[in-house]
Write a protein that binds this ligand. Structure first.
Ligand code: F7E
Length: 302
């Protein structure tokens, strides 16, 4: 059964929750694209920040004996003061309207937990990726873009900041962690991360290697290009429109609390993650080549 609702509309949430009376709520709803949050800051604050308030407030008014999960984000850490790991005790310093909206929802979850004894927990998740990732996020953009370049479906892949570092994990591992957070005996906040960090450039290099490109970098700044030496052809270009007004340069998570209390740790490492995503997107690109762009886009919902 599908029931429609909207995080920007309290009455729809009241209607859904009073009908369903769920045992668990996972609030994964958001305007979740960091760059887009600079273009639509008010909408992002409304859905990503106030959306959590609306849900928690309905839980409070209905006195629902529910377990509530808030999808908090490593973007809340923002600009970190050193290059160490971030954990549950690291101060927040958000760098985008998205990060700030998530900080609001994070604190509200704690406030409602303490004030009204609601079982409400935050999972502070570092980047979690998979073939289901939207194609405007950098990992999927790279695996999809380089696959299409390989098959001649596009000329180059245009990217922004190649130097930012992320702790990228596999979404399936993180969903298990999310579930474990709500099964824990008390409502608490947990970081989920792999404990490894890589640059966007390293993600590109890993994917390019798997596709058997002979990638070399030439030039500097916005003039930098990635060249496939085998064919002496540019395959990566820098497009400054993908630079963010403010960047989060470095993220590296420490999930030792989740490991100790939830017995959670990720199974898929960086290399395997790139491989899984690339296989999916190379297969899709082959289908696109066979069917033609128009038929492909109609048939495959990407
Ligand atoms: O950017 C750089 C970009 O958009 C990663 C969301 O799920 O994870 C995600 O947020 C990095 C940034 O993800 C391009 O500047 C370079 O430094 O894939 P992203 P994100 O901003 O880390 C957190 C945990 C969330 O909570 C969010 O909801 O890659 N980058 N070139 C680029 N990024 C994009 N999108 N496109 C580029 O062409």
């Amino acid at each position: 059964m599908t029931i429609y609702g909207d995080l920007s509309e309290s009455s729809s949430l009241l209607n859904i929750l009073s009908k369903i009376k769920p045992d668990e709520i996972y609030n994964l709803g958001a305007q979740s694209h960091v760059q887009v949050s600079f273009d639509v800051p008010e909408y992002t604050a409304n859905v990503t920040g106030l959306g959590a308030l609306r849900l928690l407030d309905v839980i409070r008014h209905l006195k629902l004996p529910v377990r509530y999960y808030q999808a908090s984000s490593s973007e809340m850490f923002g600009k970190v003061s050193d290059d160490k790991h971030q954990n549950e005790n690291t101060p927040f310093n958000p760098q985008s309207p998205y990060g700030l909206a998530k900080v609001f929802a994070y604190h509200l979850t704690k406030i409602y937990r303490d004030s009204y004894h609601i079982f409400a927990s935050n999972g502070i998740l570092f980047n979690h990726e998979s073939p289901r990732r939207g194609i405007t996020f950098v990992t999927r953009k790279i695996t999809m873009g380089l696959s299409r370049v390989k098959l001649g479906l596009q000329g180059t892949l245009k990217l922004g900041n190649l130097s930012s570092q992320r702790d990228w994990g596999y979404a399936k591992d993180y969903v298990e962690g999310i579930w474990k957070i709500l099964q824990y005996k008390t409502p608490e906040d947990f970081v989920l991360a792999t404990g490894e960090t890589h640059t966007v450039r390293q993600f590109v290099e890993e994917a390019a290697g798997l596709l058997k490109f002979d990638l070399v970098w030439k030039g500097k700044g916005v003039k930098e290009v990635g060249i496939d030496k085998k064919r002496n052809k540019t395959i990566i270009e820098i497009d400054p429109s993908y630079f963010r007004p403010k960047e989060v340069d470095y993220l590296l998570g420490d999930a030792s609390k989740a490991k100790k209390l939830l017995n959670w740790k990720p199974k898929i490492n960086f290399r395997k993650l790139v491989e899984i995503m690339l296989k999916n997107d190379f297969d899709l690109a082959k289908k696109e080549l066979k069917l033609g762009r128009k038929v492909f886009v109609k048939k495959i919902n990407i």
